[in-house]
Design a protein around this ligand. Structure first.
Ligand code: PRT
Ligand code: ZN
Length: 297
């Protein structure tokens, strides 16, 4: 029986844009969970890893205070809070996770007088990310005022509260609906795996390593496809040139059919219908395409 101190805790957004993908990734990394009655915890059933379900803004702080060893949070939240922490020990980014992509962008009213970032000098910029915005303005040597708003930032220019905004954008639909357009990107963001600023105990450290290896394996499978087929040996070179492979395909001879081969290739997500039609044209048959769930090097 493993004591609670030897269990790892990972903080994940309870309900929001990152929740489903975060839990989906943990499941693909092989974790199975049982929910606590108060729905604040997911207890790991097959690994000593528990999930704490919280608001995303609380995640870096939970790691700082030592309540969790790992977390999944948007880089935008992590970097904003890191700047506010002014050099005190703060969680670090272990790796990007490939979901929750967005950008923190400077946007201004369509058809207005602001066209370039230099035009922002002396103006007011509304944002929920005052640290990142002020830091970027400093880097660009632009002297503008930052106004903190915690919601509906996109309507600030229409309300006369600010001349421009600095907000998260993914599709751009919200900006367009509010007659705003981007003039600069302040930060490219996505969900990231973060680690505590405190050195873990040896047992925890081994568990973190094991857990991160599992996450890595689940992520490296993302988008990869395993292609299997049989084809005339004479078409092999052309097939090799055609395929978007990650490594050299394996080629096997077939019993009693010296002119044919069986091929197995690990391909990128680009492998599409056109590739398959082209393979058929080259004489390939028995084509099988499988989504790869995880890979271990
Ligand atoms: O309740 P809790 O505090 O946990 O959640 P929250 O409301 O603070 O966060 P949530 O769930 O909205 O977002 C969590 C994280 O998702 C963010 O910190 C980002 O890292 C990431 N993310 C990805 C986004 C977006 N895309 C996004 N488009 N977060 C917010 N938006 C908002 C944006 O603020 C704007 O209002 O969506 C609107 C713009 O979207 P488009 O598609 O119209 O451009
Ligand atoms: Zn939040």
């Amino acid at each position: 029986m493993i004591s609670t101190r030897e269990r790892l805790r990972i903080a994940v957004q309870k309900s929001g844009r990152l929740s489903q993908d975060s839990l989906g990734l943990l499941r693909r990394a092989g974790l199975a969970f049982r929910e606590s009655r108060d729905k604040l915890f997911l207890y790991g059933e097959n690994l000593p890893v528990d999930v704490l379900l919280v608001r995303d803004d609380d995640i870096p702080g939970l790691l700082v205070e030592g309540s969790c060893e790992l977390g999944i949070v948007g880089r935008n939240v992590l970097d904003e809070q890191r700047l506010a922490a002014q050099g005190t020990p703060f969680p670090g980014e272990l790796r990007a996770l490939g979901f929750g992509q967005c950008r923190l962008a400077l946007a201004v009213p369509d058809g207005g007088p602001i066209e370039r970032i230099e035009d922002l000098a002396g103006l007011r910029i509304a944002t929920s990310y005052p640290q990142l915005t002020a830091n970027w303005l400093r880097e660009q040597a632009i002297d503008a005022e930052v106004v903190v708003l915690n919601g509906s930032v996109e309507i600030a220019p229409r309300l006369g509260k600010a001349h421009a905004i600095c907000d998260l954008v993914s599709s751009g639909a919200t900006l367009a609906a509010n007659q705003l357009h981007e003039i600069a990107t302040v930060l490219r963001s996505e969900a990231v795996l973060v680690t505590s600023p405190h050195a873990p105990a040896a047992a925890t450290s081994a568990l973190i390593e094991r857990f991160c290896a599992r996450i890595g394996a689940a992520l490296s499978g993302d988008g990869a496809r395993l292609l299997m087929l049989q084809a005339p040996r004479s078409a092999l070179d052309e097939i090799r040139r055609l395929l978007p492979t990650r490594e050299q395909p394996s080629v096997l001879g077939l019993d009693g059919r010296p002119d044919d081969i069986a091929l197995q290739a690990l391909c990128d997500a680009q492998l599409d219908w056109q590739h398959l039609e082209e393979l058929k044209r080259l004489g390939a048959h028995g084509l099988l395409v499988l989504n790869v769930e995880r890979m271990l090097a």
